[in-house]
Design a protein around this ligand. Structure first.
Ligand SMILES: [Zn+2]
Length: 181
């Protein structure tokens, strides 16, 4: 009898947890659909304004302003141009880190789209085109979207989420932009 009632309580608790997480999943899906058009607009804007490693000042500013607008704790200038936002959920749980990289590559864009990059910069003493050819524009925009989705449901969020926007994932160019001193 005793074992049976323990099994019943365990089953009931598991079912309740499952129902709770299904409800949270559905809420995430609903909010993700709501921010989709913003994520696309951010991605195109960042794509049109790519910045080389450790020079991601414009991108970092956009990210930091967005995270502040969501009420997150925000640190800027992390590892030169990185940004970290912290979201404290309303319920106890683990700390989870989500990361996106923000830098672009010394590659000239040759695709004819309205948000194509026309940016040029000096890299290793040479004039080069600059392009998000590695998808970091999408990574950054998506993580901004995730921050908005989760910040909107912080009361129900079990745990803490750290949003890490990393500079210079591709390796930093030598010269004035170098942070090695
Ligand atoms: Zn990359």
């Amino acid at each position: 009898m005793r074992l049976a009632s323990i099994a019943f309580v365990t089953l009931a608790a598991t079912a309740s947890l499952r129902a709770q997480s299904t409800r949270l999943d559905a809420e995430v899906d609903r909010r993700a659909a709501e921010v989709q058009s913003k994520v696309i607009a951010w991605r195109r804007d960042i794509h049109a304004h790519p910045e080389l490693s450790n020079r991601e000042t414009r991108t970092a500013e956009i990210v930091a302003q967005h995270l502040r607008s969501l009420g997150l704790e925000v640190r800027t200038g992390v590892a030169h141009t990185g940004v970290v936002g912290v979201l404290h959920g309303g319920r106890p749980g683990p700390v989870v880190a989500l990361r996106a990289d923000m830098d672009a590559l010394p590659v000239t864009e040759e695709v004819d789209v309205p948000f194509a990059s026309k940016v040029r910069a000096t890299y290793n003493g040479q004039e080069v085109g600059v392009m998000h050819a590695c998808g970091h524009d999408a990574h950054t925009a998506m993580l901004m979207g995730v921050a908005e989705v989760l910040a909107g449901m912080r009361q129900e969020l079990p745990g803490t989420v750290k949003f890490i926007f990393q500079p210079a994932e591709e390796g930093q160019p030598p010269g004035p932009a170098s942070i090695r001193s």
